[in-house]
Design a binder for this molecule. Structure first.
Ligand SMILES: Nc1ncnc2c1ncn2[C@@H]1O[C@H](COP(=O)(O)OP(=O)(O)OP(=O)(O)O)[C@@H](O)[C@H]1O
Length: 260
């Protein structure tokens, strides 16, 4: 894999997060470079989702800071983080099940809609032109994700693997610079996983989008990631290329309970 990795786009510094007496994250630091695919792995309860929730402003860590392109966003909420260019998908799908694929992906464009609600509703003036532009962008994503056949289908009627693809489409509709994927392959069969892997690689390659993903499937992680950060009980125990992480005794111990 020979691709150009850029400067640091996301810099996580000394993040600590507790829920009452539970320390979900202890002094976690790592960075993500532009155009990278960066995985966060670790056993159940390691703190992976908590970390993603700190990055996209859902949780406010008690300590530490996160900077996007050098700009620290200590108190930004998830909307502000999204406007800045960080989109995410969810472990448990958060789609509108009764709405069509097209409308679900369109909902990802909301952040980009500039005209006021009345003009939008009447579809007149600049709102009409804007709507056409958004529709075109959404159609491109639908083509890219190869879901043309289901454009008008209510999302709830689609197989799980396709719903995950629509979830990705909705995040892509925000035209993010950084895409956070929370277990994009969870619950998928082998074929669906292969498809999702290909789409993640294509998004990274064709749009240049930086990807941060949590994933339990080690085969997938080792195949597609440029670098991997490993958490265990809220602490960072490894950070490096897939090969470095694979051979790290602390990581082996955390996963297998024994050193090899
Ligand atoms: N909202 C919350 N309230 C209380 N405790 C929480 C909350 N979210 C996470 N935790 C706790 O923080 C710790 C880390 O959880 P987190 O979900 O981040 O781990 P994870 O690595 O994503 O796990 P999994 O792989 O099972 O999804 C766990 O002990 C969990 O019980």
């Amino acid at each position: 894999m020979s691709k150009e990795i850029g400067d640091v786009i996301l810099d996580v510094k000394n993040i600590s997060l507790s829920f009452g007496g539970v320390k979900a994250l202890s002094d976690i630091s790592f960075n993500v470079k532009e155009h990278e695919i960066r995985a966060i792995i670790g056993p159940n309860g390691a703190g992976k989702s908590s970390m993603l929730n700190c990055i996209n402003g859902v949780y406010l860590p008690q300590q530490g800071s996160i900077a996007f392109r050098g700009q620290t966003f200590k108190h930004m909420n998830s909307h502000q983080v999204a406007v800045m260019g960080v989109a995410r998908t969810f472990q448990n799908l958060a789609l509108f099940k009764g709405m069509s694929v097209l409308d679900n992906i369109m909902s990802g464009r909301n952040l980009k809609i500039k005209s006021n609600l009345l003009l939008q509703a009447l579809r007149i003036g600049p709102a009409e032109k804007e709507e056409i532009r958004h529709r075109e962008a959404v159609e491109k994503i639908i083509d890219f994700l190869e879901i043309q056949a289901f454009r008008k289908t209510p999302v709830g009627q689609l197989p799980y693997g396709l719903q995950k693809r629509v979830d990705l489409g909705r995040a892509l509709a925000m035209e993010p610079q950084v895409l956070l994927l929370d277990e994009p392959m969870a619950g998928m069969n082998v074929e669906e996983k292969q498809d999702m892997c290909r789409f993640v690689l294509d998004v990274n390659d064709e749009f240049g989008t930086t990807v941060v993903l949590i994933e339990h499937d080690m085969g997938v992680v080792m195949d597609i990631s440029d670098r991997v950060v490993v958490l265990d009980y809220g602490r960072k125990i490894g950070d490096g290329t897939p090969d470095e992480v694979r051979n790290n005794p602390d990581v082996i111990k955390a996963y297998l309970g024994v050193e090899h």
